[in-house]
Each structure stands twice: as structure tokens, then as C-alpha cells.
Design a protein around this ligand. Structure first.
Ligand SMILES: [Zn+2]
Ligand SMILES: [Zn+2]
Length: 229
């Protein structure tokens, strides 16, 4: 429990438990399950100014997130949290990610989620080869990706009460580096191939065509190999 972040910068957390490419959405829900931060604590992590806390994004683009601060509080290395948002794809590659948050139900059972699932055209989990979902299985609403009171006071739960993240998530078997390897190649591939393509991001019609061509290969990700050049 963190009551005085300033004097005691470490939160309740097991350093090294943040998994590769794990999203801010799942990380922050975990952080809230283990800690009861004050508004001041949250303000430090998100560089809050005037807007209400509920405007704060836990989504793929979280401009107010003070990532070095969050990493320090968890005791995690900064580069371990590098892909917790899609910031590394900022600029020309950001157009390749949908704003809709997708998740794999099996990954979520392992308390794992990544924003890499939002890559346009990716419809199946590259690790488990099951369809990616975007809504709560119980109420079919989108999961909350803003720091609303619901999230702060009932982390790990949908508004309908469905538990997507068990309170004892640290006891769950985490995904191994081998299991997460397809995501590494997905990042590698995205940076290597997508950045070389001259997509016209302004003319969306043109862009959609290219993307469709590229991700007609998205099945490839289910076996974890980047497509041949
Ligand atoms: Zn999965
Ligand atoms: Zn629900």
C-alpha cells in the first residue's frame, strides 16, 4: 500500500513481474489491486492538471503518463515498460493501430494484455491463435480504459461486475518469453516492413488497400513467424 509516495517511492509490487509488452491498462489495474493510491499519488504518475481524473487514459495513447515515474514506483526497469503504450510507434506507424482495444481471452486468464493486439488487421492472438475480442463477455460493453472512479475503486472488474483480472493474479502462471516471442517478431516486423512502405495515411482509401494486402497474412502471426520478404 502506498500512502506516502514521496517518502516511500516503491509501491506494493514484485519487481520483474511486469511482462514484456504488457499494456498500461492491465498494469494499472494490477497496480490498483495491490495499492490504494491517493489522488496525489495518481497525479504524480499522470502529470495531472485541472481535468478530472476520469479523463486520464489508460489506453494505447496516454500522453499524460509519466512513464519513468510509474516504472520507479513499481521498481521495474524503464525499458521493460517501453511498450506499455504505443508510444514507440508514434508518428508514421501509429496509423497502423486501431483505437479499439482488443484482448485475447486466454492471455487475460494469464493476467496478460498488450496494445500490440490493436494492430490493424490482427484478428487472432499471435500466441494462442484464438479470435481477439473487444468487449466484455458478460455485458458486451467495452472495457473501461480511462481512470474512472469505477476503475479506481473496483480494479480488475468491468462495470457489470465481471472480473477480468483476479485479485491473486501474481499466483497465476505468467506467459514465458518463448510464448511471447511472436509479439517480439510482430514488433520487429512492424518496424522493419511497415516503416518502409510508402503508405499515404491521408488518403484513407489507399491506406486501407495496402493494409488489407499486408494483413491478409495476419494468419502468419498465429504461428509466430514473420512473413517472408
Ligand atoms: Zn492469447
Ligand atoms: Zn461487463
Amino acid at each position: 500500500m502506498i500512502t506516502k509516495i514521496r517518502r516511500r517511492p516503491k509501491a506494493t509490487w514484485i519487481p520483474g513481474k511486469a511482462q514484456k509488452y504488457e499494456s498500461l491498462w492491465i498494469l494499472f489495474n494490477k497496480f490498483l489491486i495491490l495499492n490504494v493510491p491517493t489522488r496525489g499519488d495518481i497525479a504524480e504518475i499522470f502529470r495531472h492538471q485541472a481535468p478530472p481524473m476520469s479523463y486520464t487514459s489508460l489506453g494505447p495513447y496516454a500522453p499524460s503518463l509519466n512513464l519513468p515515474r510509474f516504472a520507479r514506483i513499481l521498481g521495474e526497469k524503464l525499458n521493460q515498460l517501453q511498450y506499455c503504450t504505443l508510444d514507440p510507434f508514434k508518428g508514421s506507424l501509429s496509423g497502423f493501430f486501431d483505437t479499439e482495444m482488443r484482448y485475447c481471452p486466454i492471455c487475460l486468464e494469464h493476467a496478460y494484455h498488450t496494445f500490440l493486439f490493436s494492430l490493424t488487421g490482427l484478428s487472432r492472438c499471435p500466441i494462442h491463435n484464438v479470435p481477439l475480442l473487444s468487449t466484455c463477455p458478460k455485458c458486451e460493453n467495452l472495457f473501461e480504459t480511462h481512470l474512472s472512479n469505477d476503475v479506481v475503486f473496483s480494479p480488475g472488474k468491468c462495470r457489470c461486475g465481471h472480473v477480468f483480472l483476479a485479485k491473486d493474479f501474481f499466483r497465476l502462471k505468467t506467459l514465458s518469453d518463448t510464448e511471447l516471442a511472436p509479439l517480439s517478431s510482430l514488433i520487429h516486423w512492424s518496424k522493419l516492413y511497415l516503416s518502409k512502405c510508402d503508405f499515404n495515411l491521408i488518403q484513407s482509401k489507399n491506406r486501407q488497400e495496402w493494409i488489407k494486402t499486408f494483413f491478409s497474412h495476419s494468419e502468419v502471426w498465429s504461428i509466430g513467424n514473420p512473413p517472408e520478404k
